[in-house]
Every structure is written in structure tokens, then in C-alpha cells.
Design a protein around this ligand. Structure first.
Ligand code: AHR
Length: 505
């Protein structure tokens, strides 16, 4: 047992409202996310359109609010017209982003219907890699204009009488990265994004637009990219993106477990640049930060092993790409990254866990008649999305700290709280690997306390993963003692993520 951890939540010190869009996710035409993932016409549970009902059920259970689509790197070579109209007439194309073959069996109509049934708001990305202003405007007119023009009537002829009414649009993807199809300098991209935004707003002033920020915090152009892009697009876009993936260096688990600290710094630096540039959106408010790709991803394995193999082979349909098996440690990191996102609700306007199914995903599937199951990371996401509503409260945490090689000394217990009417939620990540801590949590007077914890299962270790038919890592009840003094007391196991809910009295 390490030293005790005392946490106090001042329920009257209410911060920013937690945006519901913080619990977004992402479906890319990549690997087996769409084909063999959400869509699998041969599966026993599939509906008339070929979408798996068992996967849809897990998506609903996950409780995500938004879904970004159709990429990712894929969108930078995508022609949206390929995915509309009679399926038999849709062209088969090479997807240069992922060295795959795209059948276009699923496109805008099928995906929007699926998202609607899953209760997800679509966040559509336009191709600013190989394409530009005209094609972005065409897609918007096709999707959102009611009728009476060639494009809107084409949508109606394709079976969708009412407009899709898509509000959220990404202006390209990771255009700062040399791996991106149609990669651009900050000035080239900034101009194109600004002109695309201007045209899109002419057509539909209700759209909300996201400019592409840096692909990651370590990009050599980070900072200058944001400044330049924001100078071009201020007044025309509402959000700028942040993409952030974290991976474990096997020799330095402590730094990995503190990834939330790195994300917090990244968000803080982008917020400072927004303020420095004075970047205001069309609504007169500072441009928001859209963390529209975040997760744990073993990119070393992808770059050194899988990518060389995939990019020298043939052009398969829906190959297995970056199907990372998530461990208990990964789940605690994902839970902790969510704590950071909630804490930064003052600047983060939305966020998308990348991705949803099979590709670095909380949900996995097997093809044919195969199962669908929850990875370890499913749980912190679902439990947070269901309960972190209302306004943020920043708890005071007094306890042990952990020295990390990459992020300095960090709190062993990371915590955030939300208050929504009389409901209070506290989220905790315990980053200590070897010892439990006794927590004393002061929320003031509360009733109806409920608590769950996700940690190493009996007989497992911190590398334990889930598999089809073997969901070993799942939340269990956490026993909490409510003292006569109103303080909640409970032991937090090593390497754990926990959620407590209570009613304020
Ligand atoms: O999510 C996988 C990929 O990661 C996306 O296609 C790309 O935007 C990012 O680099």
C-alpha cells in the first residue's frame, strides 16, 4: 500500500460545460473498420443493407455521440461520387492511402443511415488532398440542399428525399504529414481550407468547419502550422484539429501511463496559439479544439513491421490493418486521456476516439459468422460517456507522485469530476503499477453512491487482453465505505481506472 490519497471536490466551483461531442468516434474506410467491421452482408445478424446488428448493439452500448467519416488518410484520395448511386455501378478503386482495394459498397447514404440508427451525429470529411473547393462544395450541396438542383435532385433520385443535414465538416485530414496524399505546406493548405470554407458557408451558413491542425505534437512544423492555418482561416472555421496517439515504450511504462499529461500540454499549447493569433470563429468565440483522432496505437509495430509488409504486397480488400489488442494498461491510459479531455472542456470542443471497429478500436469482430466483442478500452469510454455530463469540477488531489522520464513528476492518481444537477461523477486513474492506495474522497454530503473499477483481473497481469468469447477485463463493483463524517473511503488497486457516482444532498 502506498501513502493514502485525499481527494476533495468543491461542488460549487463549477467549470466549463462538458461538450457531449467529447465522446465522438471515427469510422474510416481502412482495414476492416467498414468492411468486415460494421458492414458484413454474410453475417447472421446483418440487416437488409448488410450492417451487423451485433456490432450496432455494441456501438450503442459504447455511448458515442459523433462519428467522423470516411477518413483519415483515406479521404485525401477519395471521390465521394464513387459511393453514391446504384451499388452495381459503383467503381472499384485503388486506395493509395492504405494500399487496399476500395469496392465502394458503402458510401454516404448507407453510412448516414447506419449512423442515424446508431444514434451518432455524422462529422463528414472532405478531400483537400487530390481535390479542392469545387468538390467540397458539390458534396455539401448533394448532402444538404433540399431539392431543385442537379446535385440535390441526384441525392433524391438515389433514394434520399430529405437532406442529410450534416452540420460538422472536416476540411481535409493531416495535410501537414508527408505521408498524406496531396500533402501541403501550411500556406498552401491554409489558403485552400479558407477558400473551401468560404464557399461551403456561402452554400450553407449553418455548417461547422474544422481546419486540420498538426498530425501530432512532435511534427517539426507544430506551432508554425497552427499559426499559419489559423491566420488564413480565422473567421471562417469553428474548430482546429489535434491528433494524438500514444504508445508504450516497454522500458518506460510510467511515462506511458502519464500520457494524459502530454495530451494536456499539447492542448494547452494549441489553446495558447489560438489566443496569440486571436483566432475567432464565425460565432465570435475563440476557435475550439477538435481532438478528432486520439487513442493508444502501437505505431512502432505499424511502421517497422506491418506497413512495409502491407505496402509491398498486393491490393487486398479490407485487409487486417492495425488491429491492436488492448491491455489493462492501455485501458487505464485511455481512461486517463478521457480525464484530460474532460478537464480541458474549456477549450476542447469535441473529440473522436480513433477508430470504432477493428482498426485500433474498442470493438472487434471476426468475419463470416464470427463474434463481436469489447476490447479493454471499451469500458472506460462507455462508462465515461454515460456519466460525465454537466459541468467540470477540478478536484484537489493530495497523494503520492510518480517520477516519469518523459513528463516529470505526475500525480499517482489522476482525477476529474462533473456535476449535473444533483448528480456527481468522479473519474480516477491510478497510475502506480505495484501498490494500492487508500482513497479518502470528500464530496460533501452525498447519497446513493455507486462505484466500479477496471483493473487487472484475477489470474491476469497488466498485459491481459480480451478476445472473442473471453472478455477477461471488465469493470467490477468497487466497495466504498461512507464514513460518519461523510467521507468516502475505498482502496484503489494498482493500475486501475474507476468511476464513482453519487447524488448530492
Ligand atoms: O486512424 C488511423 C490513421 O491515423 C488515420 O487515417 C490518419 O488520419 C492518422 O494518421
Amino acid at each position: 500500500m502506498t501513502s493514502p490519497t485525499r481527494i476533495s471536490v468543491d461542488r460549487t466551483a463549477l467549470g466549463a460545460e462538458v461538450p457531449r461531442r467529447l465522446f465522438g468516434t471515427f469510422v474510416e474506410h481502412m482495414g476492416r473498420c467498414v468492411y468486415d467491421g460494421i458492414h458484413s452482408p454474410d453475417h447472421a445478424t446483418s440487416d437488409g443493407a448488410g450492417f451487423r446488428a451485433d456490432v450496432q448493439e455494441l456501438v450503442r452500448e459504447l455511448g458515442a455521440t459523433v462519428v467522423r467519416y470516411p477518413g483519415g488518410n483515406f479521404v485525401s484520395g477519395y471521390r465521394w461520387e464513387d459511393g453514391v448511386g446504384p451499388r452495381a455501378e459503383r467503381p472499384v478503386r485503388l486506395d493509395a492511402a492504405w494500399h487496399s482495394t476500395e469496392t465502394n459498397e458503402v458510401g454516404l447514404h448507407e453510412f448516414a443511415d447506419w449512423a442515424d440508427a446508431a444514434g451518432l451525429e455524422v462529422m463528414e470529411a472532405v478531400n483537400l488532398g487530390t481535390r479542392g473547393v469545387a468538390e467540397a462544395a458539390d458534396l455539401l450541396e448533394y448532402a444538404n440542399h433540399p431539392s431543385g438542383t442537379a446535385l440535390s435532385d441526384r441525392r433524391r433520385a438515389n433514394g434520399r428525399e430529405e437532406p442529410f443535414g450534416i452540420r460538422l465538416w472536416c476540411l481535409g485530414n493531416e495535410m501537414d504529414g508527408p505521408w498524406q496524399i496531396g500533402h501541403k505546406t501550411a500556406d498552401e493548405y491554409g489558403r485552400l481550407a479558407a477558400e473551401s470554407a468560404r464557399m461551403m458557408r456561402f452554400l450553407d451558413p449553418s455548417v461547422e468547419l474544422v481546419a486540420a491542425g498538426s498530425s501530432n505534437h512532435e511534427m517539426p512544423t507544430f506551432g508554425e502550422w497552427e499559426r499559419t492555418v489559423l491566420r488564413h482561416t480565422a473567421g471562417l472555421v469553428d474548430h482546429i484539429s489535434v491528433h494524438a496517439y500514444y504508445e508504450e515504450d516497454p522500458a518506460d511504462a510510467a511515462s506511458f501511463l502519464a500520457s494524459g499529461v502530454a495530451l494536456d500540454r499539447y492542448i494547452g499549447e494549441v489553446a495558447d496559439i489560438i489566443d496569440e493569433v486571436g483566432a475567432i470563429g464565425p460565432d465570435g468565440r475563440p476557435i475550439g479544439i477538435s481532438v478528432d483522432e486520439w487513442n493508444v496505437w502501437n505505431q512502432t509495430r505499424w511502421n517497422e513491421v506491418d506497413k512495409p509488409r502491407v505496402f509491398t504486397g498486393d491490393w487486398p480488400i479490407a485487409p487486417r490493418l492495425i488491429e491492436d489488442d488492448y491491455t489493462v494498461t492501455d485501458a487505464v491510459v485511455v481512461g486517463s486521456l478521457l480525464i484530460t479531455l474532460i478537464r480541458r472542456s474549456d477549450r476542447v470542443s469535441m473529440a473522436n476516439l480513433a477508430q470504432l471497429v477493428n482498426v485500433i478500436a474498442p470493438i472487434r469482430t471476426e468475419p463470416g459468422g464470427g463474434a463481436a466483442w469489447r476490447q479493454t478500452t471499451f469500458h472506460p469510454f462507455a462508462l465515461t460517456a454515460a456519466a460525465a455530463t454537466g459541468r467540470v469540477v477540478h478536484p484537489r488531489v493530495d497523494g503520492a507522485t510518480i517520477d516519469t522520464a518523459r513528463h516529470g513528476a505526475v500525480d499517482a492518481v489522476d482525477a476529474v469530476a462533473t456535476v449535473d444537477g444533483d448528480a456527481v461523477t468522479v473519474l480516477l486513474a491510478h497510475r502506480e503499477l505495484d501498490a494500492a492506495t487508500d482513497v479518502e474522497l470528500d464530496l460533501g454530503a452525498v447519497t446513493d453512491v455507486e462505484a466500479v473499477v477496471l483493473t487487472i483481473p484475477d489470474g491476469g497481469d497488466r498485459h491481459t487482453t480480451n478476445a472473442a468469447g473471453a472478455e477477461r477485463v471488465a469493470p467490477v463493483a468497487l466497495s466504498v465505505e461512507v464514513g460518519a463524517d461523510g467521507i468516502l473511503r475505498f482502496p484503489l488497486p494498482p493500475l486501475a481506472w474507476a468511476r464513482l457516482r453519487a447524488r448530492l444532498r
